[in-house]
Ligand binder design. Structure first.
Ligand code: IMP
Length: 469
């Protein structure tokens, strides 16, 4: 912050002017909203970001890497985005991969190439932070070794090298995108890191060594291709805000996979909650206006770890089939269960969620009764506290309440009033129990299969799909 006059000479008068105006409650800054997963990821954030980009100018990813997989369907055409933010599907929108992301340059360039083939504009509207961490092949080698090592807790990761890359970041031995573009530094870094990682991986996991020369050639080629995308994205985003442009911060994974607040150690290695939007992009927390939590109408999780409302039998299998619950990135079948309100309240608290978006409502269309976990019992006592230890979840007994089903199709419905009474009651119950307002409901994978609540639409300047028909 250029809070004192002394800083004005460092930051320049124009920036000082904007800061000054904002600190007095000026409204010249653009609007911002964080989209965050309120469960264990896969809540359908990609589609919601896509809907919001109607009126937002910039979409910025703030955490994770190509472990994420956002499926967006537009006019029947399916796009799976892993690193590239959802804004890319609207050419007028700027897409930013923030400093909090770990980027595998080869995966990024592959995704860019496939978007080009599909006719999607990626030049001049897609930028990568020069401070983002780089994933290199030895990160995957370390992860595979560790996941399969006897005696280690198996997290069930996506095997993309995400965790070891964040380990190197925090250990202050990582390589950032700016360093990737520095050929001399890149060679030295790869040689030193390979020597070290090869020794460790051989000693601990008996892994075959990686070839540093080959790696250098591959990644210096990739670096050349990456150059046009690289920017100081914190500067880009703050300038955009100062010019009155609006930004959506696109979360990856979900609250319960957050490194601090999730079901540790069965989590990912980044801050997927809304706090990560500030550290992962360089936009100050004081510039975040709204946090929108995304939840399925039920619950899923992929990988190992606690899941209190999980359905293990035929009912779980039925939800999996009806919801097509298979990982977008790994194809792994997702574990399924009923909506867990204590977890949703926890997600609301950690993220500061004021609006909820409920996705996949249509998957429950056939049910006459819908069980919802409304509370937890531990040792016979009711509690709303979420355990700090993964083993603490073993003691949880879910308290269920059966909500009436609507037993009619919702896929073609475009307005809240058009929803069956029981579906509206299901939404009202979620609102009452979480204290957040439901602003949007998704009843199918397509952009058009979306119901927008008037107040949410007006606050965010959105147009309803029904109005556009
Ligand atoms: P990692 O992020 O690959 O290290 O995996 C850590 C845990 O997070 C595993 O349980 C993964 O299945 C889970 N995970 C990572 N990314 C996603 C995602 O995008 N959706 C759902 N689960 C994820």
């Amino acid at each position: 912050m250029c809070a004192t006059p002394g800083w004005a000479s460092v930051c320049g008068p124009a920036v000082f002017q904007v800061e000054f105006e904002l600190s007095r409650g000026g409204t010249s800054r653009g609007r911002t909203a964080v989209i965050v997963g309120a469960q264990w990821g896969d809540e359908g954030k990609g589609k919601i970001v896509d809907v919001l980009t109607q009126t937002f100018s910039v979409v910025a990813r703030y955490a994770g890497g190509h472990n994420a997989g956002h499926t967006v369907i537009i006019n029947g055409k399916k796009f799976i985005l892993q690193l590239v933010p959802g804004g890319i599907l609207r050419p007028e929108c700027t897409s930013v991969v923030g400093n909090g992301v770990v980027i595998d340059p080869l995966a990024f360039l592959k995704e860019v190439a496939s978007l080009r083939v599909a006719g999607v504009k990626v030049d001049g509207n897609l930028f990568v932070s020069n401070r983002a961490q780089v994933i290199l092949p030895y990160h995957r080698m370390m992860e595979l070794g560790s996941e399969n090592a006897p005696g280690r807790v198996k997290i069930g990761t996506t095997s993309r090298g995400i965790g070891p890359s964040y380990e190197d970041k925090m250990g202050r031995r990582g390589l950032r995108v700016a360093d990737l573009l520095d050929t001399h530094l890149l060679r030295t870094h790869i040689e030193n890191a390979c020597r070290e990682k090869n020794m460790i991986a051989h000693a601990l996991f008996n892994s075959d060594p990686l070839d540093a020369d080959k790696m250098f050639r591959e990644y210096s080629d990739a670096a050349r291709e990456l150059v046009p995308f690289v920017r100081d994205t914190a500067l880009l985003l703050n300038r955009a805000l100062a010019e009155g442009k609006s930004i959506v911060f696109e979360g990856a994974q979900g609250t319960m996979l957050d490194i601090d607040h999730g079901t540790y150690p069965f989590v990912t290695s980044s801050s997927s909650t809304s706090g990560g939007a500030a550290t992962g992009t360089g936009v100050p927390p004081t510039s975040i206006d709204t946090v929108i939590g995304i939840t399925k109408a039920y619950c899923t999780r992929v990988g190992s770890g606690p899941f209190p409302s999980e359905l293990l039998g035929a009912e779980g299998e039925d939800l999996r089939k009806r919801g097509n619950e298979f990982g977008a990135v790994t194809g792994r079948p997702r574990r399924t269960g009923w909506l867990d309100l204590p977890l949703l309240r926890y997600a609301g608290m950690i993220n500061g969620i004021s609006w909820l978006v409920v996705t996949k409502l249509d998957v429950l269309d056939h049910l006459t009764e819908i069980p919802v976990c409304v509370g937890y019992k531990v040792d016979g006592k009711e509690t709303d506290e979420v355990p700090a230890q993964a083993c603490g979840y073993d003691k949880i007994e879910c308290i269920y309440r059966n909500m009436p089903g609507w037993v009619s199709p919702t896929q073609a419905i475009r307005t809240v009033e058009g929803l069956p009474k029981a579906a509206r009651e299901y939404m009202a119950f979620i609102e009452k129990e979480t204290g957040a307002q439901v602003g949007m409901i998704s009843t199918g994978p397509d952009r058009e299969q979306t119901i927008l609540v008037d107040e949410f639409m007006h606050r965010l300047g959105l147009e309803s799909p029904a109005a556009r028909d």
